[in-house]
Design a protein around this ligand. Structure first.
Ligand code: NAD
Length: 366
């Protein structure tokens, strides 16, 4: 087990017989600050699967926090259970007690299989919870800053590929019209862009068509896999992970990929293959960090303008990563990873006159 968690600082197995809680909290790296990462609930087939997931996701959070330049490190929690039947208030209170036992080393909130309401129960045991409903001090719908971040990402990508930031005069192929994808599509229509969309949910498509009629915009709807071969300039994945894979990569006709979906590349090698094909890939964990920026900012009391300001930095970060990739002839994913690792290393080199527990870096919510 120690070999397996060699890159991680701490892994906590949480067992509470009374509530049936079986959770694992992984803290990957706290160089930049206390670990931050959502809590996922899934009926994992084996404990081994749960360990694999939490180790992978917590490491991803270290990079995401570093790229977003928030004073947090990487962590994640998984609860082994069925979201349909096991999400009791008592279970989330017990989970909150375990989070509290880490004494500020780990902050968490909703992820796949859990909702903000679940963590209202955890909040009774610990203040180390983010993304709760607004009436509990939360900052509201995080898909709003996420979508804004995607738009800044598109601007930075357009600038690099087409020499101008403008949304209009280009065609975007959008996969997924959910909380993030719909907002991105709507904004692109408002800016006079042409869009090609797909979603497995007919209602989501009808809603966008209705909006396009109001905006007098153009929407073309395609089904399923047709989105990969759409005649578009930019592919905007806002649904599933792993969609850049052996099956899809050669179908792409676009010049760039930039969207909100997590883990768009099936493997890091697919980033190299996009690079070799001359398709600019905007690393997902930079592009989709608006939601993270909002929840981390929440701990200093919610302020939408400040969140927007910080979200704008996604443009500059991407620009730096694109330039670094170009200069070193490496893929943008590799350049993004080096950029984050350097940020963490430089934090280690910086002198620290106070103990790790500094005011300003920790929750001020009482
Ligand atoms: P969502 O569940 O609201 O929307 C996803 C949409 O994709 C739904 O409309 C769904 O019907 C559609 N979809 C699912 N499978 C599809 C398929 N095979 N083809 C086409 N459409 C499909 O999710 P969301 O909050 O909009 O998030 C979208 C993506 O962005 C996810 O990968 C999510 O992890 C990531 N993300 C979201 C946030 C956020 O703040 N919401 C933050 C970071 C990353």
């Amino acid at each position: 087990m120690f070999d397996r968690i060699a890159e991680h600082e701490q892994v906590l197995f949480c067992n509470d017989a009374a509530t049936g809680l079986k959770a694992i909290i992984a803290i990957h790296n706290t160089t930049l600050g206390p670990a931050l990462g959502g809590c996922r609930m899934r009926p994992y087939e084996t404990v081994d699967d749960a360990i694999e997931d939490v180790l992978r996701l917590s490491k991803g959070m270290t990079y995401k926090c570093a790229a977003a330049d928030v004073d947090f490190g990487g962590g994640k929690a998984v609860i082994i259970g069925d979201p349909l039947t096991d999400r009791t208030p008592e279970l989330f209170r017990a989970f909150g007690q375990f989070v509290e036992s880490l004494n500020g080393r780990f902050y968490t909130g909703t992820d796949m299989g859990t909702t903000p309401d679940n963590f209202v129960h955890s909040l009774r045991e610990t203040n180390c919870i983010v993304g709760v409903p607004e009436e509990y001090g939360g900052s509201g719908d995080s898909s709003i800053p996420t979508a804004k971040g995607v738009l800044y990402g598109i601007q930075a990508t357009n600038k690099m590929v087409f020499g101008n930031e403008e949304f209009g005069g280009k065609t975007y192929a959008i996969q997924g019209l959910g909380k993030v994808g719909y907002k991105v599509a709507e904004m692109l229509l408002e800016e006079g862009a042409e869009i090609i969309v797909t979603d497995i949910n007919r209602h989501a498509i009808d809603r966008l068509i209705q909006r396009a009629i109001e905006l007098k915009g153009e929407v073309k709807v395609v089904s399923g896999d047709e989105i990969y071969e759409a005649d578009a300039d930019v592919f905007v994945p806002c649904a599933l992970g792993g969609i850049i894979n052996d099956r899809t990569i050669d179908k792409l006709k676009v010049s760039a990929v930039v969207g909100s979906a997590n883990n768009q590349l099936l493997t890091i090698e697919h980033g190299d293959r996009l690079h070799n094909r001359g398709i600019l890939y905007a690393p997902d964990y930079i592009v989709n960090s608006g939601g993270l920026i909002q929840v981390s900012d929440e701990l200093y009391s919610p302020h939408p303008m400040r969140v927007l300001q910080k979200t704008k930095a996604i443009y500059d970060t991407l620009h730096t990563v694109f330039k670094n990739a170009e200069e070193s002839s490496i893929s943008t994913v590799q350049a993004a990873n080096y950029f984050c690792e350097e940020r963490i290393e430089s934090r280690k080199r910086r002198n620290s006159f106070f103990s790790h527990k500094k005011p300003g870096k920790w929750a001020v919510r009482s």
